[in-house]
Structure formats: C-alpha cells, structure tokens
Design a protein around this ligand. Structure first.
Ligand SMILES: Cc1cc2nc3c(=O)[nH]c(=O)nc-3n(C[C@H](O)[C@H](O)[C@H](O)COP(=O)(O)O)c2cc1C
Length: 208
C-alpha cells in the first residue's frame, strides 16, 4: 500500500471483529514502531503484548465500563467540548473505552524508560522520551493499517497506570504512555469524520 493511502486510511477504530491476530503481524507492527525517530538514539522501548483475555480483563478493571447520558453531558460541558464534530467523537469514544480494549484482538502496552520527571519537566527536552514514543506509536498504527488492522488507544487516567504496573509487573522506572488495542475493524466500525482542514489555512510561508 502506498504511504499516502495508508495515512488516509488510518483511523481510530473502537469496534473490532472477534478475530485473532497472528504473532507475525504483531511483530511486524511493533518492528515498524521500533524504526521511528528517537531523541537519544537508544529506542529504549518495550512492549507488553497481551493476548490472554483474562489478563486483558484484569487490566481493564480500572477503566470505567460505559457512562450514563447525564455524566456524558456533564463531561462535554466540563471539558468545554464546544465543537459539534468533537462532541460526536467523545459521544462515540467515551462509552467504548472499556469495550474497545476488551474486544481488540490484542492489547499492547508500550513502555518508555523514564529518565526525567515527565509530569514536572524543567525544559522541553525533558519531554523528548515521551515525544519519541509517540512517533513509535504512530508508526505502529500506520503499519497496522497497511496490514488491514485498526488501532485504538487510551491515555491512562487516575490509577490506571499504577494498576497496569501491578498487573503486568513492569519495572518501576518504565512509563506507559497509553493502552493500545489492535484488531480487525468491524464491517460497520464507526469512524468519526475528521475535521476538514485546508492545508493552505495552516501554512505560514516565511513567518506567521
Ligand atoms: C495523544 C492522544 C490521546 C488520545 N486519547 C484517546 C483516549 O484516551 N481514548 C480514545 O478512545 N481515543 C483517544 N485518542 C484518539 C483520538 O480520539 C483520535 O485520534 C481523534 O479523534 C482523531 O480521529 P482519527 O484518529 O480517526 O483521525 C487519542 C489520540 C491521541 C493522539
């Protein structure tokens, strides 16, 4: 598949078929991640690949399963989600946070070696490790798309990262930026319309 086609086709998928994914595909996707640019040349990233549903379900114990209409409306108000397309995205995504990972063929937890206090950075460069692993994650998403898989992700909230560490027993000095779910998109998987952005409105040649 041509790279620009892959970029166009990559969409966040939260509705997955009940289908297994083979280890070769998982390795190919993670290997693509490992080719991403990195701040210190070390690519000190690890990936916990969870195929065992009982471990997935234990991991997801800390993630709310669904949300009431009332709480959803409050969230939209509290988070100042004023754009109607953005609201459609959250209305689809928030209730699916638990299910999308439960239904994915595999859950992958990327891990980066925590060398600086990411939550209290002293300079922009202290965030380089986090920035680099996001390059890795996007490479993985593009590779999965090229293999006709879809990906979803969730940023851990509250105690979710701590709970993940307890369940998966990864070392203290590693940080999980997100949960990743990979699987075959359902035939009727929802994809929320991306914002229409004209590139000409966003480019400022030779200065703003
Ligand atoms: C940094 C980041 C955090 C995100 N957090 C979540 C999340 O917690 N849960 C979720 O379902 N999607 C999450 N997403 C996916 C976005 O909702 C999605 O990328 C966005 O709505 C655009 O849709 P598209 O990926 O289909 O183009 C996140 C994406 C990024 C890049």
């Amino acid at each position: 598949m041509e790279i620009f086609d892959v970029i166009e086709r990559r969409r966040t998928i939260r509705d997955f078929e009940n289908e297994k994914i083979n280890d070769e595909s998982i390795k190919k996707i993670i290997d693509a991640g490992l080719k991403a640019p990195t701040n210190d040349h070390m690519r000190d990233w690890h990936f916990i690949v969870i195929k065992d549903k009982s471990i997935v379900m234990k991991l997801l114990d800390s993630i709310p399963n669904g949300i009431s209409e009332e709480d959803m409306n409050a969230l939209i108000k509290d988070w100042n989600l004023n754009d109607t397309e953005q609201q459609s995205c959250y209305r689809d995504a928030v209730p699916k946070q638990h299910r999308m990972l439960a239904d994915a063929s595999v859950v992958v937890i990327p891990l980066l070696k925590q060398k600086t206090d990411i939550l209290h950075p002293e300079s922009l460069s202290h965030l380089n490790g986090l920035a680099s692993i996001w390059c890795c994650i996007e490479n993985m998403f593009l590779a999965a798309t090229a293999l006709d898989y879809g990906c979803t992700l969730r940023i851990p909230l509250g105690n979710e990262a701590e709970w993940s560490k307890e369940v998966l027993e990864y070392p203290e000095d590693y940080l999980m930026p997100c949960f990743i779910g990979i699987g075959r998109p359902k035939k009727d998987a929802v994809t929320i319309k991306q914002k229409d952005i004209d590139v000409n409105d966003r480019i400022h040649w030779n200065g703003w």
